[in-house]
Structure formats: structure tokens, C-alpha cells
Design a protein around this ligand. Structure first.
Ligand SMILES: Cc1cc2nc3c(=O)[nH]c(=O)nc-3n(C[C@H](O)[C@H](O)[C@H](O)COP(=O)(O)OP(=O)(O)OC[C@H]3O[C@@H](n4cnc5c(N)ncnc54)[C@H](O)[C@@H]3O)c2cc1C
Length: 591
């Protein structure tokens, strides 16, 4: 019997696995997708090869790319953007690591107290999460983002909004700033040359400003895995988990099995209570099924697969909140076309932001040509200037919205990909019971009934819609202020890349699945440690840092509650994931 089984090696599962292994527990980490042990051999910089939702090496699906991707029923015009395997969706992520706004926690008493999702606050106070934020920020580590021309232009626009510069980690007022980012700063030749011969580690360290984050980071050339520039968990927490026997006194290396899809969570009576006792997982390559038992099970399959697995395991769901309360930051894309060079395709994808507590935030996004073209064709509003699908906007936005027609799309892209500045809204999006994950009535796959994700753009609260309008107008002002010749508003259809709160923790037993410790109310010894555990959409800030802080807190709670251990976050200094002991140990392991 294992001490702990963690289901999912994505953005958050490895955080809990690493923390518990560092305390000497026997941890099994299972993931239904691949482990890319040598990205330089397995990956490319080609957008379709990487990002194709059905066949890309960064897709939600098993290791064998000739097998189908995981099917999800999406009964609306929407894109669900998730990645399977070690690193999960952080293999795509931009590394932006803002903290949640204090206003979404239950101890908040500021004058704007009622401006948030007041029915769904965190069941504890912001200050109590700060040590866990600090721990993760030191471990990843988080730095001020590397920046380039697109950020200079973005900041020029911010100044015309009359916003102050934010200088603290905690966001207390409307402001702008460089992103706090899980990307190692450029060192040596990095950022000074495009000559590959000079961008070899250790002549270059950290971000080389290559502009290909979304295809998976493998910079600089020949870098040890734990020193790779972008700190997706395959480069940060997983190397730490696999080497915990070396860098932690009394630590034990995590056992990692990939291409191993958990199809059932088992329960039984422990200490007179219904409790998780283990899992069954399926080897994607052979179809063989395996049973593993554990004292504690941590579910970290992400905001869609976690509720799916719960429902497929037929676990209790007494208040029917498993899968409900899906939030996604109600994204919109507003972009400006400039006469001058902006550097849209260069450097980390998103290094600048604004925050408007009570509404959400804005961030710049620089991308490659395929994702840019895709985003310009992905609208809820029909075709720009042709028809609107009944969508109409009033206020400072007086232009048409909608996907760009073929000629206009060509004109904008031929004017120059590097003359575009994208701004994305990160809306404070309300928890609503009808936005949810259920089991689809369509054919099951080899892992059981598939998930159905209902996240209709029209099924939003008035407050979410108001927040998005507020942010979209600020984005238009920002772009005009920055000198854009022309500004476009997409009215994006749901682009589900920040997905949260489908297994939410909460104070109110009537509308939450987890208690304040992230333990299931209905099944003891079963914890959730991914974005789905978040009680709300954090007010708009990007979710991963907060989910990772929460996973750290959850690991500590598990160690104290079920293994008689002591808390460590307040009493120890964290080991940084780029530590040379980890580098040396990884070189010895046959991965
Ligand atoms: C383009 C893009 C950019 C982003 N940028 C940012 C950013 O800058 N900042 C930020 O905070 N967030 C960003 N995000 C979001 C970020 O990637 C997610 O918040 C984060 O990855 C969520 O972590 P998770 O553990 O909840 O889920 P995931 O990372 O999706 O991991 C879930 C894992 O569980 C595995 N799994 C699922 N079901 C099972 C099962 N039954 N058995 C075994 N394994 C299973 C999956 O294979 C996967 O590896 C971005 C996302 C995208 C798409």
C-alpha cells in the first residue's frame, strides 16, 4: 500500500507529490498522458505539430499520437484548451503568476467588499495563504518577467489610462505592472543574439526570448531539464519530485507512471467513515488495468477530468455540486494594428498586465501566426461587418465585432504579425451552478463516459458581462493610447484556457464539494489539488500560482492529519527547483 496516490501530473498534482515526497512519504504520481523526457528530440517549433487539438504533441490525449485525443462534448461554440501528460497544461502556459485579489477571500473588509463574487469566497483569509504563495514563488521560482518592445508599447498605453505602477505582490488597487512570471531571467548570451551556437547552456541561461513558449519551452539549447527557462511543472516540480531522495533529508523519490489513465477511485470504510482507499488505472498502450491502494488519494486531473472521474467512479454527490460552478475568466481579445514594429511574436508571450480589482485584469499576449489567425477567427459575434449573431455592444466601443473575413484577416496579417498588439481580458467571472461538467450521453471511450462541458457565452451573470465590458473598454483605450492605427474587438467565443472551480471548496456545505482543507465532504482521505478546487475565479488573476499554493497547503494538511507530521512551510526555507543537486541527480537517473 502506498502512502499517497496523486492523480494527474499537470499544473498542480506534482506540487502536492513533491511536497509529500520531501517529507518521506511513498507517493505514486499517475498521469494519463505522455512524459516527454527529451523535448529537443520529441518537439518542434511548428505550431500545428505542437498545438493541433487532435494530433499535436501538446494535446489532451494518450502518448500514442495515432490514437484519438480525449473526446469532450462541447455543446456550444467554444475551445477547451488543455494538455495531457507530465506538465499538463503548463506545457502551454505563459508562466504568469499573479496572486488572487484579496477581495475574493473571506476575511476581506475593504470598501469594495461587495464588488466580488460575494456568495463564493475562499473559506479562509488571504493572509493565511501568503506563506504558501511565498513558498511556491521561491520554489518555481517566480521573477519579474523578461520584457521587450511589445511590453514597452503596452506600458505606454497604460500610462494614458492614468494608472499607477503596482510595486507589491498583493494587488490592492487598479494599477499596471510587469508580470510576475515563472520564467528564468535571461543570462549570458540569452536575449542578446539569435545565433544558436551562442544560445547553448551555460553560455546562455534562462529565457532566450525565442517567442515559442506555447510550443513547449526547451531553451536554452542543451539545458538540464530543471534549469529550463519556463517553469512549467515538467521543468520545475516534477524534477524535484523525482529527486526528493537527494535534496530533502529523509525525502523519498516519487514513483511516476505515465500513459496511465485512472478510471476509478475506490472507497471503503476507514475509521468508521467512507474514505478513499485506492485507484484503478489503465495502461493506454496495452489496455491492461492495475489496482493500487493508498492511505490518501489526491485528485488533480484538472477542471474537466477531475469531476468526470468523480462521476465515473460513482462517488457520492449529495448536493449535486460535483462539476458545477465552472468559471473561465470570460476572455475577450482586443487588438491594435500599428504602423511600427511591436514584436508580437518575440519574447515571452505575456509580460505585462493591468489589474482592476472588482472587475478583473488585462494582459498583453504575443503569439505566433497560426494562433494569431485562429484567435482572429474565433468569435461569438459572427463575421465582422456582416452579421452579429444578435450580439451588440454600446459604450466607447462603436465598431463591429466578430471574426475577420478572409480578405481582412489577410490584410491584417500581411501588414505584419509583428505590428499587432493583443490585449486579453481576464474577467472576474461568477460561479454559476449551470456552467458545469457532466457526463455526456455520447459514446463512452475506453476510460468511461466522456465529459460534457457547458460553458455558454450567453449563460453568464450580469456581473460577469459587466466586468468584461468594463475591461474591453479599458483595452480599447489602452490601445488607442499606445498609438494603434486601428483597434479590433473579437468578442471571443469561450476560449477555455483558465478553467476552474468545478470541485470548489467553500464555507457553505450547500454549494461546495470540498471543505476548507480541500478534503471532500463526502469521501474522507480524498483531496482535490488542482484548479477545480478553487472556490471562485480569483477575481480575474491567472490561476496556476494560487492553485499551486493551495496544493502546497493541502499537502501540509494531509501530512499533519493523516501521517502525524509537522507543518513545514512556516519553519523551513524552500529549496529552489534549479538547485544543482537536482541537476546532478537527474543526470544519473535513467529517464
Ligand atoms: C495557452 C495557455 C496559456 C496559459 N497561461 C497561463 C498563465 O500564464 N498563467 C496561469 O496561471 N495559467 C495559465 N494557463 C492555465 C494553466 O495552464 C492551468 O491553470 C494549469 O495548467 C492547471 O493545472 P491543473 O493541474 O488544474 O490541470 P492540468 O495542468 O490540465 O493537468 C491535469 C493533468 O491531469 C491528467 N489527468 C487528467 N485526468 C486523469 C486521469 N483520470 N488519470 C490520470 N491523469 C489524468 C492530465 O493528463 C493532465 O496532465 C494557460 C493555459 C493555456 C492553455
Amino acid at each position: 500500500m502506498r502512502d499517497v496516490i496523486v492523480i494527474g501530473a499537470g499544473g498542480c498534482g506534482p506540487v502536492a507529490a513533491k511536497e509529500l515526497a520531501a517529507q518521506g512519504l511513498d507517493v505514486l504520481l499517475l498521469d494519463g498522458g505522455p512524459r516527454h523526457a527529451d523535448p529537443r528530440k520529441e518537439w518542434s517549433l511548428l505550431e500545428s505539430d505542437a498545438n493541433h487539438l487532435l494530433t499535436g504533441y501538446l494535446r489532451a490525449g494518450p502518448e500514442d499520437r495515432s490514437k484519438p485525443a480525449w473526446y469532450r462534448e462541447l455543446p456550444q461554440n467554444s475551445l477547451l484548451w488543455q494538455v495531457a501528460g507530465v506538465g499538463g497544461t503548463t506545457k502551454h502556459y505563459f508562466g504568469n503568476c499573479p496572486r488572487a485579489y484579496p477581495g475574493v477571500f473571506n476575511d476581506y473588509n475593504g470598501p469594495d467588499r461587495d464588488n466580488y463574487d460575494v456568495g463564493h469566497r475562499f473559506p479562509f483569509g488571504y493572509r493565511s495563504l501568503v506563506p504558501y504563495y511565498e513558498w511556491v514563488e521561491a520554489t518555481l521560482p517566480v521573477h519579474t518577467a523578461p520584457m521587450g518592445t511589445k511590453e514597452t508599447v503596452y506600458f505606454a498605453g497604460c500610462e494614458t489610462l492614468g494608472l499607477p505602477v503596482q510595486k507589491t505582490k498583493t494587488t490592492t488597487e487598479a494599477s499596471y505592472r510587469p508580470q510576475e512570471n515563472a520564467i528564468l531571467p535571461p543570462g549570458g548570451n540569452a536575449g542578446r543574439t539569435t545565433d544558436p551556437a551562442k544560445l547553448v547552456y551555460p553560455l546562455a541561461t534562462g529565457c532566450t526570448m525565442c517567442g515559442h513558449c506555447i510550443q513547449g519551452c526547451m531553451q536554452p539549447i542543451d539545458v538540464p531539464r530543471n534549469q529550463t527557462a519556463r517553469r512549467s511543472t515538467d521543468n520545475s516540480y516534477v524534477p524535484m519530485a523525482l529527486t526528493a531522495d537527494v535534496w530533502s533529508a529523509g525525502g523519498k523519490a516519487v514513483t511516476l507512471i505515465t500513459d496511465a489513465m485512472v478510471t476509478k477511485i475506490h472507497t471503503g470504510q476507514v475509521d468508521g467513515q467512507l474514505s478513499a482507499t485506492g485507484v484503478t488505472w489503465r495502461d493506454n498502450a496495452t489496455g491492461d488495468k492495475h489496482r493500487e491502494d493508498a492511505r490518501v488519494v489526491i485528485l488533480a486531473g484538472g477542471a474537466v477530468e477531475s469531476p468526470r472521474l468523480w462521476l465515473n467512479s460513482e462517488l457520492p454527490n449529495p448536493n449535486d455540486w460535483v462539476g458545477r460552478g465552472f468559471t473561465d475568466h470570460h476572455l475577450d481579445l482586443i487588438f491594435g494594428v500599428f504602423d511600427d514594429y511591436i514584436g508580437n511574436s518575440k519574447g515571452p508571450h505575456s509580460s505585462a498586465r493591468c489589474d482592476f480589482p472588482g472587475y478583473g485584469g488585462l494582459q498583453n499576449v504575443g503569439i505566433g501566426p497560426a494562433v494569431q489567425a485562429y484567435a482572429m477567427a474565433f468569435s461569438e459575434s459572427g463575421v465582422r461587418g456582416q452579421y452579429t449573431n444578435g450580439r451588440g455592444f454600446r459604450g466607447i466601443w462603436d465598431g463591429p465585432t466578430g471574426r475577420l473575413g478572409a480578405e481582412e484577416l489577410k490584410d491584417v496579417l500581411l501588414h505584419g504579425l509583428d505590428r499587432i498588439l493583443n490585449v486579453v481580458t481576464l474577467t472576474d467571472d461568477d460561479v454559476l451552478p449551470d456552467n458545469r461538467v457532466t457526463l455526456s450521453a455520447m459514446s463512452a471511450d475506453e476510460n468511461g463516459p466522456v465529459p460534457k462541458v457547458r460553458m455558454d457565452q450567453r449563460g453568464r451573470s450580469e456581473r460577469s458581462v459587466r466586468n468584461r465590458e468594463f475591461l474591453a473598454y479599458r483595452a480599447v483605450e489602452l490601445l488607442h493610447g499606445a498609438g494603434a492605427e486601428k483597434v479590433y474587438r473579437m468578442d471571443l467565443a469561450p476560449m477555455l484556457l483558465h478553467v476552474h472551480s468545478t470541485m470548489r471548496m467553500g464555507t457553505d456545505e450547500a454549494n461546495s464539494v470540498l471543505d476548507a482543507n480541500a478534503e471532500s465532504r463526502a469521501v474522507k482521505r480524498l483531496f482535490v489539488a488542482d484548479n477545480s478546487a478553487l472556490p471562485n475565479s480569483l477575481g480575474g488573476p491567472n490561476p496556476t500560482l494560487t492553485s499551486q499554493a493551495l496544493a502546497t497547503r493541502t499537502a501540509e494538511t494531509i501530512f499533519q492529519t493523516y501521517f502525524g507530521g509537522d507543518a513545514w512551510v512556516r519553519s523551513q526555507a524552500p529549496v529552489v527547483s534549479t538547485d544543482q543537486r537536482i541537476t546532478r541527480r537527474l543526470a544519473q537517473l535513467d529517464l
